[in-house]
Unconditional design. Structure first.
Length: 154
């Protein structure tokens, strides 16, 4: 059996990453009535690949991309103990490969990169009703921290 490899994304991956991006949007659309109608995009993937403060990785099995995720270095609020943190996003695994610890492998690679940058805090956002995503993140050590609230005025 071939093993899943995690590597940095390259420009040649963009076509597949654009498909993954739409998978993320489709998965999140039921949780967010404020998303623009299709077509819409979350990411500038080409810029993410070339950026020094973003580490975009892909999971590869038998030469095919099966998942993605990134860590982006951000400045933390001035009142927090840590000056910087890495923010995780673009966490996606093809449906047929879910439940195979692909997300865990991606997060492990992002942890390693984050620590190599001298950063000891990782954060991410997840919709509060997205139980499967919350469970996956808790499984790798994330804890619920704060609830973001909104009020639409139209």
């Amino acid at each position: 059996m071939d093993s899943i490899q995690i590597r940095a994304a390259v420009l040649e991956d963009i076509d597949t990453l654009l498909i993954f991006e739409q998978g993320v949007i489709q998965a999140e659309r039921p949780f967010d009535c404020t998303l623009k109608p299709n077509p819409t995009h979350y990411y500038n993937i080409q810029q993410m690949i070339s950026s020094a403060h973003v580490h975009l990785v892909v999971a590869v099995l038998n030469g095919n991309l099966i998942g993605s995720g990134y860590a982006r270095i951000e400045s933390s609020k001035f009142y927090l103990q840590h000056e910087k943190h890495s923010y995780l996003g673009f966490m996606y695994v093809l449906p047929e490969h879910r439940g195979k610890a692909v997300n865990s492998l991606i997060i492990d690679a992002l942890k390693t990169w984050t620590l190599a940058q001298g950063i000891t805090e990782m954060r991410l956002n997840v919709y509060m009703d997205n139980d499967s995503a919350i469970k996956a993140y808790e499984k790798v050590g994330f804890e619920k921290h704060m609830v973001e609230m909104r009020l639409g005025l139209t």
